[in-house]
Design a protein around this ligand. Structure first.
Ligand SMILES: *Cc1c(COP(=O)(O)O)cnc(C)c1O
Length: 391
């Protein structure tokens, strides 16, 4: 089976991990700071805070944004559960903004309309999570303008977009978003097995994120309610968590970061090759916006079902049966039973729902060879042709 995504590890990665295992520090030691500084430098951000996964990163980013009970968080329905769940963890209400039919990202004009309405009703969000779907940022310029106008905190969930850029700046630079979150899950752009990071240019947010990562503890006398009892002393000044990343993971991340440019180049090459190979098939290829240079975490196509004599599910199953490990990103979050229980229903976000009825993620990862990619397209062509014979 050719998977839809897969990590690329080499001997240097393995050596980096083994070196940590032979050192004095296994968790949150010197490798963490090196990984944080290196990624902050690569993304032109002032601060980076490494945590155990991107879900935890989103959780503490929301808390640092001040999100709590009675507040609202808005995001796109076309995302992984975590982009919305982080709002519920904080006791906030979650709502969604439908997607742009071309880029499949949160639609900036739909957001503007919803904000104008919410202002009249006094229901403005405190946080908007803008997901860089498949590695391509949303219209961040427009979104950051709306953030200033309506006073919400803009968090970019760039789990798919390490190494991407927008308007000439690296994703994570903080030019548009207050905080940017990355994931290092094995299918993402670089991996630490499990891992996440929050980038920001605001020192106050970075300090708060570090405290939330580690039990809400401080060793800074300036933050303590009484004089220090001695060199061992710390105080818990708020409720935090153990969301630490290990040094083993950070060493792997650093080693992976060395290869980021090569990974991105290969993903861009494969995306361009898909664009050409798929040109004459009854599928819609990803819509790009001029400002964004995608990291191409995913390569999603939409079936033009009116031109194909097969259902979406039949095409998906036939690809799996042919050894192509296709996937579907994403089931609209508002249609999950847990979210329906909160009051959402079919028809609430029609663009995301229509997208879901047509989308298929094709294999996309640096180790995918040109020959394997040709094979994927040949199989897709054969399956789509078998439909038109019956149509
Ligand atoms: C993978 C992913 C996450 C969660 O990442 P973890 O590191 O697995 O917690 C969040 N948001 C999006 C959009 C993702 O793709």
């Amino acid at each position: 089976m050719i998977p839809y995504g897969r990590q690329s590890l080499d001997q240097a990665d393995i050596d980096a991990v083994v070196a940590v295992l032979q050192s004095d520090w296994l968790t949150q030691g010197p490798a963490i700071e090196r990984f944080e500084s290196a990624l902050a430098a690569r993304c032109q951000a002032s601060h980076a805070v490494a945590v155990c996964n991107a879900t935890a990163a989103l959780h503490i980013a929301c808390l640092a944004a001040g999100l709590g009970p009675g507040d609202r968080l808005w995001t796109t329905p076309n995302t992984f559960l975590a982009s919305a769940n982080c709002g519920l963890y904080c006791g906030a209400q979650v709502d969604f903004v439908d997607i742009d039919p071309l880029t499949w990202n949160l639609d900036a004009s739909a957001l503007a309309r919803k904000l104008a309405l919410a202002e009249q009703e006094g229901t403005l969000p405190r946080v908007v999570v803008a997901v860089a779907f498949s590695g391509q940022s949303c219209e961040m310029q427009a979104l950051s303008q709306l953030a200033r106008e309506y006073g919400f905190v803009l968090i970019e969930d760039a789990s798919h977009a390490v190494g991407a850029s927008y308007a000439g700046s690296p994703v994570g630079s903080g030019r548009f978003a207050d905080m940017t979150v990355f994931s290092f899950h094995p299918v993402k752009i670089i991996t630490t097995a499990e891992g996440g990071m929050v980038l920001t240019n605001r020192a106050d947010l970075a300090e708060h994120l570090r405290r939330l990562r580690s039990h809400g503890m401080t060793r800074d006398p300036a933050q303590m309610s009484e004089p220090s009892h001695g060199p061992w002393y710390y105080q818990q000044i708020e409720l935090g968590f153990n969301y630490r990343m290990t040094d083993i993971q950070a060493a792997l991340g650093l080693s992976q970061l060395d290869k980021l440019e090569g990974f991105i180049a290969r993903r861009r090459y494969l995306a361009e090759r898909y664009r050409q190979l798929l040109a004459d098939l009854p599928v819609t290829r990803p819509g790009l916006q001029a400002q964004a240079e995608s990291a191409w975490h995913l390569y999603v196509i939409r079936l033009q079902l009116e031109r194909i004599g097969l259902t979406h599910r039949r095409v998906f199953e036939a690809l799996r049966a042919a050894g192509i490990g296709v996937n579907l990103h994403y089931i609209p979050v508002h249609l999950q039973p847990y979210y329906r229980e909160l009051g959402f229903a079919e028809g609430d976000f029609p663009e995301a729902e229509r997208y879901y009825s047509e989308a298929i993620s094709l294999p996309m990862y640096p180790g995918l060879s040109d020959e394997q990619q040709d094979h994927v397209v040949d199989q897709l062509r054969r399956i789509l042709n078998s439909g038109s014979e019956h149509a």
